[in-house]
Ligand binder design. Structure first.
Ligand SMILES: [Zn+2]
Length: 332
């Protein structure tokens, strides 16, 4: 049933049953693309786990990864030990193989945002589902891994964005991420209303946005490189202790600045196909904007992440980041 659920969701077919048994618990469908798995009994190290994918509809590797996790659970290859909410975000965009239909869903996860349309309505539905899920399973620690793939190549193909927030990320999270073969970490410097930020900001969750390689269509993803990531998801769903590695195998970056697109006449002054984290030396002209003027790198060299000149006006066209020196003593 669980793997059928993925196929039905992709095809837009309603599921035949809204709930049913599993070898180690039961499942409940709360809505299109929203599936909850409830363990018969809690394992040794349980969290209230949210695993989401396809917040951008063309990012298919995470959907395949969650499909493998569901297949393992369904086949009884692993026992559920934590409640797990599995979410497929932008269903119309997923069916059309597009990043979004009208607007980027991953900037709309803010309570009280009064926008209308496909993506704002979906954001409201998902926020309500998260609120109810975390509430149902309090006082289990909340955890949210929002799984993406990046538009371009990256000097670090597998990295996480740590949302900005007042609550600290637990030290074990860094060790588990290193154990899952994550190569870099990007600390956000301010609120950015993404799905993972929602869980951290409103629920104090251990939360990250994962970038797991590069965008590709279904069937063209290299899932072998994501085996350690699948093992992390399976350990969390089973409430087992995940594989851990020293976090200093990862490179840590901090966001210094953002380039915002402020007018129609906006250009990035470098080849947009450069890999994420490419460094630019002091004095490099990075962007021109009719409203904001020219943007040059100051004294400190800057690495560029997520450049995209075609964003909507008022949206972010690139993140500018620097490596965090000596971060280990501070973070761990
Ligand atoms: Zn994405």
């Amino acid at each position: 049933m669980l793997t059928d659920w993925l196929d039905w969701t992709l095809e837009g077919k309603p599921a035949s049953r809204r709930s049913g048994p599993l070898a180690s618990g039961h499942y409940t469908l709360h809505g299109p693309g929203i599936l909850e798995l409830t363990p018969e009994s809690l394992g040794a190290n349980p969290h209230a786990c949210v695993f989401s994918a396809a917040i951008h509809g063309n990012e298919t590797a995470p959907v395949e990864l969650l499909g493998e996790l569901l297949a393992q659970i369904e086949a009884g290859m692993m026992a559920l030990g934590s409640p797990v909410l599995v979410i497929l975000g932008n269903l119309p965009a997923l069916r059309q193989g597009k990043r979004f239909i009208n607007t980027n869903l991953n900037r709309l996860f803010q309570r009280g945002l009064g926008l209308e349309g496909n993506e704002p309505a979906r954001a409201r539905e998902l926020m309500t589902q998260l609120d109810q899920f975390y509430q149902r399973h309090a006082p289990l620690p909340a955890l949210h891994y929002d799984l993406h793939t990046a538009i371009r190549t990256s000097l670090y193909p597998r990295f996480v964005v740590e949302p900005f927030g007042v609550s600290d990320t637990a030290g074990e999270q860094w060790r588990w991420l290193a154990g899952a073969d994550i190569q870099a970490v990007l600390h956000q410097h301010q609120h950015s209303w993404t799905f993972s930020h929602y869980s951290k900001h409103y629920h104090g969750a251990q939360a990250f946005t994962f970038e797991l390689g590069r965008v590709a269509p279904f069937g063209a993803n290299d899932l072998d490189a994501l085996r350690p990531m699948l093992a992390l998801l399976a350990a969390l769903a089973g409430a087992q202790t995940p594989d851990a590695q020293p976090p200093d195998s990862m490179v840590f970056f901090r966001v210094e600045q953002e380039i915002m697109r402020q007018s129609h006449a906006f250009t990035l002054c470098f080849d947009e196909d450069i890999p994420n984290f490419t460094a630019f030396p002091s004095g490099t002209l990075l962007a021109r904007d009719a409203q904001a003027g020219a943007f040059k790198v100051g004294e400190t060299p800057l690495h560029v992440v997520f450049p995209n000149a075609r964003v909507e006006i008022g949206a972010r066209a690139a993140l500018l980041v620097t490596p965090v020196e000596g971060s280990h003593s501070k973070i761990f």
